[in-house]
Design a protein around this ligand. Sequence first.
Ligand code: SF4
Length: 232
Amino acid sequence: MTEKNIAKINEIFDSIQGEGPYIGYRQIFIRFCGCNLLCDYCDTEYQKGEDYTVDGLIEKLNEYDLKHIHSISLTGGEPLIQYEFLKEFLPAFKKSVNFNIKIYLETNGTLYKPLEKVVDYVDIVSMDFKIDSSAKIGDIYKNHYEFLKVCEKAKKEVFAKLVFDDNIKSFEIDECVKLANQYGISLILQPKMFKNGVAVSHEKIVQIFDKFTEKYSDVRLIGQVHKFFDIR
Ligand code: SF4
């Protein structure tokens, strides 16, 4: 278990956001170790990492020219696993820079209690809706409802990404639309990808997109562009 005030971080790097509505923005990515889920399509190395103190991480981030960065992406794994560290790091980091730099949280959208502890320091929440047909982790809609409730209460900008493949079920489409509609958020459909290409046929993508847009208008189809550019 991570000690309070020390984070286990897999990597820190400068790149572009490759998914969702903020695609193409320059970000510093902090990849936190550990995850509470085990998604079937997970292609992220997040187990091994180095220890960072709050001061050590702030120092590391200041090696970058932060004025030219859109936001700091907290990613993983699942960054909220290390919420005790984030609770201290985020306000200290914000205080240490004398200009506005956004905090962008990339999360699987399940750890709503930890979110409550740090949500005030987050500017943009990019959460996942996990469906069993692609992620193979069972039904976790209840966690997504609770998670969105916390975001709504804190009045945070939030959108949901949904990775799907050919096996998506009608009831999963209905559940995701119900969730997005209840909280009035954008739903980003992301076809499952292999390393070098899309793992869902063109016809199926169009069919699935149509099924969503028949039920909800705030739906966008956006792939992972960093894979096409061969950047991480
Ligand atoms: S939530 Fe993300 S990091 Fe965790 S197993 Fe699923 S895809 Fe991988």
